[in-house]
Design a protein around this ligand. Structure first.
Ligand code: ADP
Ligand code: ASP
Ligand code: MG
Length: 439
């Protein structure tokens, strides 16, 4: 079994959809589970629609739905070749759009928003399934809502996923091609939910891990994992191989090509992940596996925005023992993860990216310390082989960013990461300058 995930641009137009089947069929595997994202732009459109409903701007919401409807009507007319195929696909699209119009009279709650957001992947997978049917190619469309489950802490329940996805697949012993939605799931209350933006990668990794696939393939619009963010830096290049640890650090710290959590299931169950380019299917891409091949070198740089730094100064002269425990307990109470941390004799600085409870956290910290916060910061994460015998890299890194104000530096937390915190306005300059020095 192979899991193949195709992202938004890979299903972004009828021509692109036509290109998927040869890619899927060229693989030597008995069974394929194809995970699809929404057509590119659709999830953003659905976020916008939810915002319009929430602000009770029904006219604008309806206009927005009309524009999206026209887009899908055109899509269907181009993708399907027979009258029967077109009418079946349009009947399905009409049903989805009827649903969108129905939210007019409702009090717009967060679960209504999640239902709307889920339709993007439901549309793309159903259209793909109907497209195959029109071509008389057998496939089974599985609803991710039957097996993708998250718990109260939004953690995926991998045992449930294994059992229930497995049960669906064994119902069709003769079938080789299965299709399901990325991104969407059910939560502990049984409601429709999602795995956060970009979550289709996470779906693919969870399914690949749960079903012990031979390989998880992430098909996207670039020829693999690049050594820096190609949206901001020129002359980046694709990396042939990454270890799970390297890929986990880079995606967690902002490399958009992979959802931040998506490496963890594959790493835990040791299923290799291949990043491949739909527009250039012959390109080697990047293989992520348990092997470490990038020794004695710097591998890649990534950046994560939207970071808040908090400096917490002990109200005693020196940091007494128990101080850090009290600090961490505050973050634990508000279920707020800490990303970076540095300490001195009298103070500790740390970063968070979830700021929902920031004011409560600050209020509680102020009971026993002086607190300062800085928002609009970015973490620059440099991944490489930083074992202690490979000295000298810290100097090269700091030399590259000597003209940039650095708020925090973290080195030695793991053997493969150096992180810097800079005000977000300096992010691009930091990425470029590091790229020029390091590669
Ligand atoms: P998909 O819709 O297929 O999930 P994404 O847009 O989520 O695709 O991810 C692919 C994009 O990620 C690329 O087009 C590229 O602009 C961006 N990206 C950011 N950092 C990297 C990186 N280190 N390597 C490759 N692509 C990156
Ligand atoms: N469609 C979702 C998004 O745009 C999930 C994904 O594409 O991975 O965020
Ligand atoms: Mg993505």
């Amino acid at each position: 079994m192979k899991v193949l995930k195709f992202g938004g641009t890979s299903v972004g137009s009828p021509e692109r959809i036509e290109q998927l089947l040869p890619i899927i069929r060229s693989q030597a595997a008995d069974k394929h589970l194809v995970v699809l994202s929404a057509v590119s732009g659709t999830t953003n459109d659905l976020v916008k629609l939810s915002e319009l409903y929430e602000s009770k701007d029904i006219d604008a919401a309806y206009k927005h739905i009309d524009v999206l409807y026209e887009k899908y009507k055109k899509f269907v007319n181009e993708l399907f070749k027979t009258e029967k195929g077109i009418s079946e696909a349009l009947a399905f699209i009409d049903k989805i759009f009827d649903l969108f119009y129905q939210f007019k009279n409702k009090n717009f709650t967060p679960d209504a928003e999640r239902i709307i957001l889920a339709q993007g992947e439901i549309i793309s997978t159903t259209l793909f399934h109907l497209h195959l049917k029109e071509k008389e190619i057998s496939s089974v469309l599985l609803s991710a809502l039957d097996f993708m489950l998250i718990d109260e802490d939004k953690e995926p329940d991998i045992d449930f996923i294994r059992k229930h996805a497995g049960l669906e697949i064994v119902k069709y012993p003769e079938e080789t091609l299965f299709i399901t939605q990325g991104y969407i799931c059910r939560n502990a209350q049984g409601e429709i939910d999602n795995l956060q933006r970009g979550g289709s990668d996470y779906t693919a990794s969870l399914l690949g891990a749960a079903l012990q696939a031979d390989e998880i393939q992430i098909w996207t619009d670039i020829d693999g994992f690049h050594n820096n963010d190609p949206r901001y830096v020129q002359n980046t290049r694709s990396i042939a191989r990454l270890s799970f640890d390297e890929a986990a650090e880079l995606s967690y710290f902002g490399a958009k090509i992979l959802h931040p959590q998506s490496v963890f299931p594959a790493r835990k169950y040791n299923v290799p992940v291949r990043l491949l380019d739909t527009m250039n299917p012959g390109a080697a891409g990047t293989l992520i596996s348990g092997e470490t091949t990038n020794q004695k070198q710097i591998v890649a740089i990534a950046a994560k925005d939207g970071i808040t730094a908090i400096r917490i100064q002990s109200s005693r002269m020196l940091m007494a023992y128990g101080f850090l425990r009290k600090v961490f307990e505050v973050f634990e109470r508000y279920r707020t993860p800490i990303d970076m941390i540095t300490t001195s004799e009298v103070a500790v600085s740390l970063t968070i990216d979830q700021t929902d409870y920031l004011s409560e956290i600050v209020r509680e910290l102020e009971v026993f310390s002086a607190v300062e916060t800085d928002n609009e910061q970015s973490i620059i994460c440099i991944v490489g082989d930083f074992r202690k015998e490979n000295h000298g890299y810290a100097t090269i890194v700091s030399e590259a960013v000597k003209h940039i104000p650095i708020r925090m530096i973290s080195y030695g937390g793991s053997e493969n990461n150096i992180s810097l915190l800079v005000p977000s306005v300096y992010k691009i300059e930091a990425l470029r300058s590091l790229h020029n020095r390091l590669f």
